[in-house]
Design a protein around this ligand. Structure first.
Ligand code: ZN
Length: 199
């Protein structure tokens, strides 16, 4: 997911990375709509290995640099069920979270509308209604199973990111008209950028 304010990104990079990590991590390109890769269904990770952790490290750095608060592996073109997230506020210490093979095992009927954005749909924000609390089961950075309830922004963000694992974008929850407007806006911005760099 994306946020509107962005001064957190660089501070997070400084505080969370050791010098060796800075050498080893790399910022990946984030795919944007209408790239068909984003519609792929991601496959489960068999074992959480050093390769998985390297992927999560790269994803986290890519997310901080964007800047965003959540990123799914498919957004950098890797069809694996892996998500990274950091919901810390601007004045708080970074709090990275890692999810491998996340599942929602229970939710509540109450819906909550949040204004969502997405690094794959840059500069477009719309409200989406989702269950306000969900019970999650996932593997963490070390491959340990975690079961917990998510609520508030955490609940919204994890549902947004888990949609990515199934090839669903937040704009797919909007009317066809709004979805088309979002895609047109992103395509136009990409075209304008290309024009700028070729001049
Ligand atoms: Zn997204």
């Amino acid at each position: 997911m994306a946020v509107i304010t962005d001064s957190q990104a660089l501070a997070n990079l400084d505080e969370t990375l050791s010098p060796t990590q800075i050498v080893e991590m790399s910022i990946k390109q984030i795919l944007t709509v209408p790239n068909p890769v984003l519609k792929q269904v991601s496959r489960p990770v068999e074992n959480v290995t050093d390769d998985t952790r390297k992927l999560m490290d790269d994803m986290l750095q890519t997310m901080y640099a964007a800047p965003g608060i959540g990123l799914a592996a498919i957004q950098i073109g890797i069809p694996l069920r892996v998500i990274v997230m950091d919901l810390a506020g601007e004045d708080e210490k970074p709090a990275p979270r890692y999810f491998v093979n996340p599942e929602i095992i229970e939710d509540v009927e109450e819906l909550k509308a949040w204004e969502e954005g997405c690094l794959s749909v840059p500069d477009f924000y719309e409200e989406v209604e989702r269950p306000e609390r969900v019970k999650l089961r996932y593997l963490n950075y070390y491959g340990e199973e975690v079961v917990e309830w998510a609520e508030g922004m955490y609940a919204t963000c994890i549902q947004h990111e888990m949609d990515h694992l199934n090839g669903v974008l937040f704009i797919d929850h909007l009317s066809r008209l709004k979805r088309q407007r979002a895609i047109r806006k992103v395509k136009k911005a990409a075209r304008d950028k290309q024009l700028e760099t070729s001049e």
